[in-house]
Every structure is written in structure tokens, then in C-alpha cells.
Design a protein around this ligand. Structure first.
Ligand SMILES: [Zn+2]
Ligand SMILES: [Zn+2]
Length: 142
């Protein structure tokens, strides 16, 4: 990846000069503020048992963004026993990986179909973590 290329912010779609992040400076600041709200909420003892929906409602931060925080390791599921995020395929709440166990099982049976799903996601232009993982394995040298 070359530095300083123009890209669309993956969050607000604005054009910006991409360096290390895939989001623009404005979104970056917003995301940091959202993180602060989530972290502050979860720091309270009475909120430790919250699930992702409750955190989202209380903080106004989207489930998608909270999922990102968890996957980035910024919000710890270990310290919050009921906290998880939706499986990317079926929405079942999971605490590790991108897919729930039953979807992983299904996936193994449907390796060929997965290629079609990947194609479709590319066409949709959606940023999908599961697809991104597959893609990362393929094009290491972009
Ligand atoms: Zn942005
Ligand atoms: Zn699932």
C-alpha cells in the first residue's frame, strides 16, 4: 500500500488522503469520542453486565462501531461477561472471531459457495470483515 493516496473514508465516504487509517481525520476524532463514551460507561461497576445492545443504547454508539472496538481489543470482553458482538453471518452474539460456531461449521460445508458470497460482497462494495480476512490472505502485496 502506498502512502498518501486518495481514498474514500470508510465511515463517512468523504475523500481524504489515506495514510495509516481507513477513515478521515474528522471521523477518527468522532470514533475516539465514541470510544471514550463506551469506555466510561463500561468502567462503571453497575454497567459491567451490559450486553452490546445496552451499551449501544446508553452511549448512542452504533453496534457496528462497538463491534470494531471489541475486535480491535480496545474494549475487553473478558472484563464484561455479557458483552459480545454479532456473528457476521447470522447475528448470533459471539465473543471471538467473526462467525459463530454453527456458521463456521456451515462454512466448512460450503467452501465453494463462499467464493460466490465473496464475489457478491465485492460487488456490493461492502466492507465485510469475513471477506476481508479471506482477501488479506490473497493479496498480501498491494
Ligand atoms: Zn470520515
Ligand atoms: Zn452465525
Amino acid at each position: 500500500m502506498s502512502l498518501g493516496k486518495l481514498a474514500n473514508c470508510s465511515r463517512c465516504d468523504a475523500l481524504f488522503v489515506q495514510a495509516v487509517r481507513d477513515i478521515c481525520q474528522k471521523c477518527y476524532q468522532e470514533v475516539e469520542q465514541e470510544y471514550e463514551r463506551c469506555a466510561r460507561y463500561l468502567r462503571k461497576r453497575e454497567n459491567r453486565g451490559s450486553n452490546i445492545h445496552q451499551v449501544s443504547e446508553a452511549t448512542g454508539v452504533s453496534i457496528k462501531q462497538i463491534t470494531k472496538f471489541i475486535k480491535e481489543g480496545r474494549i475487553s470482553v473478558a472484563g464484561n461477561p455479557n458483552l459480545g458482538y454479532p456473528c457476521e453471518s447470522c447475528g448470533f452474539i459471539i465473543r471471538t472471531g467473526n462467525l459463530c460456531e454453527s456458521c463456521i461449521k456451515g462454512l466448512k460445508h460450503e467452501i465453494t459457495q463462499q467464493l460466490e458470497v465473496e464475489e457478491r460482497l465485492k460487488q456490493d462494495g461492502g466492507v465485510d470483515m469475513a471477506a476481508a480476512v479471506y482477501r488479506r490472505k490473497e493479496n498480501v502485496d498491494e
